[in-house]
Design a protein around this ligand. Sequence first.
Ligand SMILES: [Zn+2]
Length: 422
Amino acid sequence: MDSQSFSYLFAVMLIASLGVKLWLSTRQLKHVAMHRNTVPEQFAQKIPLEAHQKAADYTMAKTRLKMVMIVVSAAVLVGFTLLGGLQALSHYLIGIIGAGITYQIALIAAVALISGVIDLPFDYYKQFTLEEKFGFNKMSPVLFFSDLIKTSLIGALIGLPLVWVTLTLMEKAGALWWLYAWLIWCGFQVFMLGFYQSLIAPLFNKFTPLEDDRLRTRIENLMKRVGFASKGLFVMDGSRRSAHGNAYFSGFGSAKRIVFFDTLLSRLAPNEIEAVLAHELGHFKLNHVIKRIALIFMLSLGFLALLGYLKNQVWFYQGLGVMPILDFNNASNNNAMALILFMFVLPVFTFLLSPLTSIGSRKHEFEADRFAAQHSNSQDLISALVKLYEDNASTLTPDPLHSAFYDSHPPASIRVARLLTQ
Ligand SMILES: [Zn+2]
């Protein structure tokens, strides 16, 4: 491959993925608008027209914002790569710091900072204009910025050592550095899965043991029935930030905790909460969680091996608007740039494959629904789903193609139709 061909290939893939993304968004806008004035027959008795229209308006507002963000991030990507932004930034930093690992870490930190600053107005607008307009925002600007500062500090505290380890391996561990980096990365992921809940989550939310005795007994019975050991049931004050509700597990083995958002508990009846939890337990009992982690580990091994090859190819840098350091003794200074370029361009080459991951996750959702129907009650799960769709203003009428690219869950109409037969 020569660098010019790679530039063309990158440009073609970027235009193709940009075109497909915008096309999917306009399909979504049209589809939702077309169905705005009638609640689908399946839900006609359960969801009022007003709520259905709110969901349509909310979905369309989010889709329009996403279209702007898609265009902006494509422009930023071109600015960083083909238009020479990364090259200029690297040149500037090497001028003041000099080559070496400090320069490389500074380059990665600077790119993360610039990307974060570009995203900030969009995040702020989404929270305080869009979510606010539809009644979902519960945050004050003070909380928004204190979250931002905390997230950045934690990101730096965890991210910088990881970056340092990766860059050191790239420089010193020889041709198989990517294998060692992968092992470290997997170890880090497993550590975070085990300790996120006790180390990081409490910095953002309060967790209190679930006190409702009737609900607790109900859930404990369900866990006994399906053979699930847990170290406790907790309620999280999700309502501090958002009116959207959820439930999740964290941890490993018998130290697993189940966490409910207070917003979920306040809206669903105990039998509905049980059904939702049965669905989540289904993901666990049917090994979906392990399978997903294994898939992520395998893909990341493949990607790291690819990076191991690309980082030694001059066309990879030049094709993306960067002049690598060609002097053999100094070539390890290219490593940070290789990481950055890889992170930037990988999504451009993989976006068109995203329906493949949706297919897998949908299969798992159907299986978890079936598990919930067997061990709890399908009617309860249906009524919980209907309430959650209504409360979250999720559209019941997504465009099928848009959904295939972006949604991990099957559309509500298909899920409910299947549950009715179980
Ligand atoms: Zn699920």
